[in-house]
Ligand binder design. Structure first.
Ligand SMILES: NC(=O)c1ccc[n+]([C@@H]2O[C@H](COP(=O)([O-])OP(=O)(O)OC[C@H]3O[C@@H](n4cnc5c(N)ncnc54)[C@H](O)[C@@H]3O)[C@@H](O)[C@H]2O)c1
Length: 370
């Protein structure tokens, strides 16, 4: 189990300044700004090139191809059979075996990067260098210095760059952010986020260097058979957000997942917010929330709010930013947020390696429109 060493509170507050983070405890409530601008897009549609045709592309492509304002023009995978299969399934006209041929081929506006994590940085970089807008699955890179390079490159080349997390666009996330901002539950003092399961069985890279979160001697996976596990199995990250606010995030690939989190009217909490005048709990996974339970002074019984997911879809991030690109409407998803998440993850590994508390410098604007 990964833990930070025992904490002397005063020293902890001095040494550590982790801002924001995955559970949504941000130090200040700034409104998100527009990160988009409308451009002249051919036929009034955003032309998408999807790279990485593995597991998650099977959920992305139905979402992308069902939008009237998106045309998926090409798919690409280094295992080209996978790209051909997706092209047949979703009637995509062009198939490429690597990013270079894809960029040199049929033009597109937005690259949707769903490759394995170690490929995110090199693929994102090539696309930004070629002046394409980019949506990247998490993390945008493995190292924060590379993430910064990508943000700078996008800025210099006048293109947009977005990365997961998408969950800031869910009505439940908005409800929680608004409830915190309203003061209804008082001052937030602690948060807890949890994510994990028994681990993916389809690709070995999840367990190798640059993957995570798992450590176990070996694993059996579909694409490689028996793999030696090099990445973390089980992480418990403790963060100090300043002014006495603490949170922890736990994640692992060693959790019993026979349990049903969703369905049959029962959902576990995955995000908890503790505050001076109330508590708030998200039902279900952050990426597929089922409602928010709130108790506050005067209403000390938990009441469920915000059960309707609306238009929100966990694989809808690329579609969301494509619409933002086309219409010029502001985006709640920002590259600064993705970079901050990466810096927190890097700091977690560094803390584990060195046994020290690590300061986090990056910030992002609170993803809430006023
Ligand atoms: N599978 C899920 O449910 C899920 C959910 C949320 C996020 N994600 C994220 O989506 C990404 C992909 O996950 P996955 O489960 O689909 O993995 P996967 O291993 O099933 O698929 C990744 C694909 O990318 C291809 N690829 C790798 N490097 C490439 C490169 N340089 N150029 C072209 N193709 C390349 C691989 O050949 C593979 O087909 C990861 O970042 C993962 O964290 C996955």
């Amino acid at each position: 189990m990964k833990t930070t060493p025992p904490i002397h509170r005063r020293q902890f507050l001095k040494d550590t300044a982790v801002l924001g983070a995955a559970v949504g405890v941000a130090p200040n409530l700034l409104s998100a700004e527009s990160t988009s601008s409308a451009g002249p897009f051919k036929g009034g549609k955003i032309r998408v090139g999807q790279i990485g045709c593995g597991n998650v592309s099977g959920s992305y492509l139905p979402n992308l191809t069902s939008q009237p304002f998106i045309e998926v023009v090409s798919v690409c995978d280094i295992i080209v059979e996978r790209a051909k299969k997706r092209a047949r399934e979703f009637k995509v006209p062009n198939v490429y075996p690597n990013i270079d041929e894809m960029l040199a081929g049929v033009p597109f506006d937005l690259l949707v990067n769903t490759t394995s994590m170690p490929s995110h940085f090199p693929v994102n970089k090539k696309a930004l260098q070629a002046k394409r807008h980019v949506w990247s699955e998490k993390p945008i890179a493995l190292e924060v210095k590379d993430g910064k390079e990508l943000l700078d490159l996008a800025r210099r080349n006048g293109v947009h760059f977005w990365g997961s997390p998408t969950c800031v666009t869910s009505p439940q996330f908005k409800f929680m952010a608004e409830t915190m901002a309203s003061g209804k539950i008082g001052k937030v003092t602690a948060g807890h986020g949890t994510y994990g399961h028994g681990g993916p069985g389809w690709s070995g890279w999840f367990y190798q260097k640059g993957g995570g979160s798992l450590y176990d001697p070996t694993r059996r996976v579909e694409d490689q058979g028996e793999v030696k596990v090099e990445a973390d199995e089980n992480t418990m990250l403790i963060m100090n957000h300043g002014k006495g606010v603490l949170s922890h995030v736990q994640t692992g690939f060693v959790y019993f997942d026979g349990e049903r989190l969703a369905g049959e009217g029962r959902q576990l909490y995955t995000i908890d917010i503790m505050a001076t005048k109330g508590t708030m709990h998200m039902q279900g996974w952050d990426w597929g929330p089922g409602g928010v339970d709130v108790a506050s002074q005067g209403e000390a019984v938990l009441e469920t709010f915000c059960k309707d997911p609306g238009k929100y879809n966990w694989v809808g991030g690329a579609t969301y930013v494509a619409e933002s690109l086309l219409t010029g409407t502001p985006s709640l998803i920002t590259p600064e947020h993705a970079l901050h998440v990466l810096e927190v993850m890097n700091a977690c590994h560094q803390s584990q390696r060195t046994g020290r508390r690590i300061s986090v410098e990056s910030t992002f604007k609170w993803p809430l429109f006023s």
